[in-house]
Ligand binder design. Structure first.
Ligand code: SF4
Ligand code: SF4
Length: 389
């Protein structure tokens, strides 16, 4: 319709004059690119792939997909070493985990940050997530028998963040699902979902990850008849939408079985299951809906679960991008824009002054914690801490 609604909703366009915006970078640019790839514009790299333009478009145009597909088809530039490091979450996690205390200490030193800024262009003001010495997979493998004893079972796509940085979130999910009478299994072997590879121009590697993951998911969904849950909104969106739409990896037989854990738990409670909440749990919780959660339309499940906890005072934060968009905000050239995009959200959080900010995305958590000082927890962790232990 050429209505330009998408341009009003693009967070990057409002802070970065170098970016042409969703309408020009997406459908308008695509008409030209289809005639001649010469018209590909390298400024498309400023798109964060947040999908807010797609949520806003009244005509259902897949604006962000047009932009990301164009980058995959026409961008001839090679990913920088910095981008390869930021996108290789599995590899970096495997390397860092055995030396986690040292890595965590070193990456916090200002001299290290200055060196990374100068050599790699990773902004020195950014803080890095800590690594865990023990992976989540290691923890759950030791409990396979105990989990297999439950009548109902789910498979868990834990993602890199839970496996290498925050196994506590995976343990919280196991606690909540066990309280509902559900055991948790690992997939046969999962790889990083690939979202950071896609946005950093490494689509061939992302396609290999997608093909591998769909095969592993098929073994759980088709062979064993299990639903698959995840605690990361970006992993869920990537597996369900980006695999077929951007990478051409067919996921038709598994797509509808891959759910956010919040949706799975909510639906189970709707069918009559119950959770036993601690009556002494009292918290003011402000919920931030991650952009990819908005795209899936599933923020409502997190909200409803948090509202079920009797002692929770729930505040829904305004729809807004936090500005980090995975690895985007780590890059020196994007840091200022990243913080400017997130400022209205940070200011609202300070005004609400909650005990906890709730959010289903790990990188939103890093951005909000770094920029506001408030603690951010996944709704699953809040459910787990509110249960009678
Ligand atoms: S995906 Fe986000 S950053 Fe990219 S054009 Fe759409 S709204 Fe803008
Ligand atoms: S892509 Fe959608 S929102 Fe953007 S101008 Fe076209 S019709 Fe309007």
């Amino acid at each position: 319709m050429k209505c330009t609604v998408c341009t009003a909703y693009c967070p990057v366009l409002q802070v970065n004059p170098l970016y042409p915006g969703p309408k020009q970078a997406g459908p308008d640019g695509e008409r030209l690119r289809l005639k001649d790839p010469y018209f590909f514009n390298y400024a498309l790299k400023y798109c964060m792939n947040c999908k807010r333009c797609e949520v806003a478009c009244p005509s259902g145009v897949k604006v962000a997909d047009l932009i990301q597909s164009a980058r995959i088809r026409y961008d001839q530039s090679k990913p920088k070493l910095r981008d390869q490091i930021l996108a290789s979450t599995d590899f970096m996690g495997t390397l860092a985990r055995p030396f986690a205390p040292i890595v965590n200490g070193v990456t916090r030193l200002s001299v290290t940050k200055a060196a990374m800024d100068a050599m790699l262009k990773i902004d020195h003001r950014r803080t890095f997530p800590k690594y865990s010495s023990r992976s989540f997979e290691f923890w759950l493998r030791r409990r396979e028998k105990e989990q297999a004893a439950f009548t109902d079972q789910v498979a868990y796509f834990h993602g890199c963040y839970v496996n290498y940085n925050n196994p506590a979130l995976g343990k919280d999910l196991v606690k909540v699902l066990n309280a509902l009478g559900v055991g948790v299994q690992l997939l046969e072997k999962e790889k990083c979902c690939g979202i950071a590879l896609i946005t950093n121009g490494m689509s061939e590697k992302a396609t290999r990850h997608a093909t591998h993951n769909v095969t592993a998911l098929r073994k759980a969904v088709v062979d064993k008849g299990l639903p698959v849950v995840t605690t990361s909104s970006s992993c869920a969106l990537t597996i369900r939408e980006e695999y077929p739409n951007l990478l051409g990896v067919d996921n038709a037989d598994i797509r509808d079985s891959v759910l956010m854990a919040t949706r799975y738990i909510f639906e189970r409670l709707e069918k009559g299951a119950s959770l036993n909440f601690n009556p002494d749990y009292h918290k003011k919780i402000a919920y931030h809906t991650p952009c990819h959660m908005e795209k899936m339309g599933w923020g409502v499940f997190s909200e409803k679960l948090l509202r079920m906890i009797p002692g929770v005072e729930f505040v829904q934060l305004d729809s807004a991008c936090c500005g980090i968009a995975g690895t985007y905000g780590f890059k020196k050239e994007n840091y200022e824009a990243s913080q400017a995009i997130g400022t209205p959200l940070f200011e609202q959080i300070r005004a609400v002054n909650p005990d906890i900010v709730a959010c289903d995305c790990e990188t939103c958590k890093w951005q909000i914690e770094m920029s506001t000082g408030y603690t951010v927890l996944n709704p699953i962790s809040i459910l787990a801490e509110a249960l009678v232990s």
